[in-house]
Design a protein around this ligand. Structure first.
Ligand SMILES: Nc1ncnc2c1ncn2[C@@H]1O[C@H](COP(=O)(O)OP(=O)(O)OP(=O)(O)O)[C@@H](O)[C@H]1O
Length: 535
């Protein structure tokens, strides 16, 4: 059987669909990568050292295509190894380190994902001498001015916003004129226009990569027609690769839609799951950062090892949360759409859509945080009465994945594209997630207002740089009913007393105390230090 026939057989076996002229045959094994395709042994050894034994379907086809320096648009399910699919050919082309400026650039929509890709790139580049850098913060000279990005990095990973900031500096702090590979991960997200998208930044970066040798590759788990059209118009002799049926949810994730009546029913539904036994690690998606904070406040008093990540938290706090979740010190991670794409947490067993996602695309990416690398996973989505009119598409998606769906959801009238776009931009307004009695909420609000008024009379507390962002150390000096300790935020140190809690564990994990500038909520982790969560 010829190579082409074998290739066709492999494509059929793995539901690999290709479009384009002279598409090279897929590679069934890593031995083929180092043999027939000439990939450096070091890179293939690094794949095996990462615990990979054979290429995933998208890697089987995308690697040979990019090794021929063909431009590519690839669409493959969440968790199917798209990152290594583009890193292997890019690292192969970079060959050895050269102080010739950035020769490969990878774009991702979030700092967390950019960090993760850079880590994977460094892992696969082990032993090659190639230098990888994630552009997540400016390196500054002694006088505080941002320093130009060193020419010594071969591969850069960045978010579009970060890169535009460096390109717009006077003089520019980075040059893209030597880029030979521009890879756009989560391409449909980066193509989105408007404030939630990056289309304008992407266009500027695309134009700045003006080397005659530049090649582009776009990857995503969801297929957008406008991206497809753009590639056909702007890329040279582009190859399109897709795995399985486009825009479907991962078929290794068991999906469940749970009707909760009203918003307040969601907390009961979650606590019901907890009582049955929460399969952690678990990720909970909510609609906004305010709701993320509210839900955190509720769950931390339930004795759950929970944390929260959203755009209002500092990069250090976000990094600490990701590290704690990866290390198993946090079992439940509450997040917004920020973490909905690409983030690869090994072994996430359960994803809960506490709030329904604004689109089927968002749904596919969110539940794709579980069921990765072929491992099984579960996704539970809470929907209230007000969600029902928008449930048709997601209900059909769940049904097509082979999961049970109530008939009435499948018969909900179809929404127009305009209405669907409107919902993505202006999500449903939801009541607050707060079981604190209204009297107490009002009391806390009054205290905050009073403290804010008091603060106005004091010099601004610059030493702690404003609110939040400090470390609390609580000593175990229990005297009677009180637990004494100290709070150090920046240079400011204050004594605190906290309520005794019947469950010592909860007391140490979630202590609320009144402080002279605001209410703070924080929790102590294992070594009794804690990070102030927020004002
Ligand atoms: N050939 C392979 N064999 C086994 N595991 C692999 C292989 N390639 C990648 N993986 C693992 O699969 C998981 C998912 O990989 P990756 O994050 O690249 O998926 P993805 O397709 O980019 O997902 P998403 O669409 O969510 O971004 C990672 O844990 C990665 O280490």
């Amino acid at each position: 059987m010829s190579l082409e026939e074998l290739g066709e057989q492999l494509r059929k076996q793995h539901r690999l669909h290709v479009q384009g002229s002279d598409v090279p045959a897929p590679a069934a094994t890593f031995d083929e990568l180092s043999g027939r395709l000439g990939v450096r042994t070091q890179i293939v050894d690094n794949l095996r050292a990462a615990g990979y034994f054979e290429p995933t379907p998208v890697q089987m086809q995308a690697v040979p295509v990019m090794l021929e320096r063909r431009e590519l648009l690839a669409c493959a399910p969440t968790g199917s190894g798209k990152t290594a699919a583009y890193l292997v050919p890019v690292l192969q082309h970079l060959r050895e380190p050269r102080n010739a400026g950035c020769r490969a650039l990878i774009l991702a929509p979030s700092r967390e994902l950019a960090r993760q890709i850079a880590l994977e790139a460094s892992r696969l580049a082990t032993g090659t001498g190639l230098r990888v850098r994630c552009l997540d913060k400016a390196k500054r000279a002694a006088d505080g001015t941002p320093r130009p990005v060193s020419q010594k990095y071969d591969l850069l990973v960045s978010t579009p916003n970060r890169l535009i900031y460096l390109l717009d500096a006077e003089p520019p702090l980075v040059s893209l004129r030597t880029v030979e590979w521009l890879v756009v991960d989560e391409s449909d997200k980066l193509f989105e226009a408007g404030e939630r998208g990056f289309r304008e930044q992407l266009g500027r970066i695309y134009s700045a990569c003006d080397s005659a040798q530049v090649r582009r590759a776009l990857f995503s788990a969801t297929f957008a027609h406008d991206v497809d059209q753009w590639c056909r118009l702007n890329l040279d002799n582009v190859v399109t690769v897709s795995v399985g049926q486009k825009n479907t949810a991962s078929d290794v994730v068991e999906q469940e839609l749970v009707f909760v009546g009203s918003e307040s029913g969601k907390l009961y539904a979650f606590r019901n799951i907890m009582q049955k036994g929460l399969t952690t690690p678990c990720i909970i998606f909510v609609q906004t950062k305010e709701r993320a904070k509210e839900l955190f406040r509720e769950l931390i008093y339930d004795g759950v090892m929970v944390d929260v990540i959203h755009a209002d938290r500092t990069q250090l706090q976000r990094d600490n949360v990701v590290k704690a979740f990866r290390a198993g010190r946090v079992w439940v991670l509450i997040c917004t759409e920020l973490m909905g794409r690409g983030i690869d947490f090994k072994g996430v067993n359960l994803v809960i859509n506490y709030d329904m996602p604004p689109s089927t695309t968002s749904y596919i990416h969110r539940i794709g945080r579980t069921g990765r690398a072929g491992r099984p996973g579960k996704a539970v989505s809470f929907f209230a009465t007000k969600d029902v009119p928008n449930m048709r598409q997601i209900a059909h998606l769940v049904k097509n994945s082979g999961c049970e769906v109530p008939d009435y959801l499948l018969q909900v009238p179809r929404k127009s594209k305009k209405d669907r776009r409107e919902l993505a931009v202006h999500p449903i307004r939801r009541e607050t997630i707060d079981t604190t009695p209204k009297y107490d909420r009002d009391r806390i609000a009054r205290i905050k207002a009073l403290k804010k008024a008091q603060d106005k009379q004091k010099p601004s507390s610059t030493e702690n740089g404003g609110q939040g962002g400090g470390v609390v150390t609580v000593k175990q000096k229990k005297k009677g009913k009180k637990l004494k300790g100290s709070v150090k935020v920046g240079m400011k140190k204050s004594k605190i007393e906290v309520e005794q809690h019947e469950d010592h564990q909860i007391q140490m994990r979630c202590l609320q105390f009144m402080w002279n500038s605001a209410d703070y909520k924080w929790y102590a982790n294992h070594n009794q230090s804690a990070v102030i969560m927020e004002a």
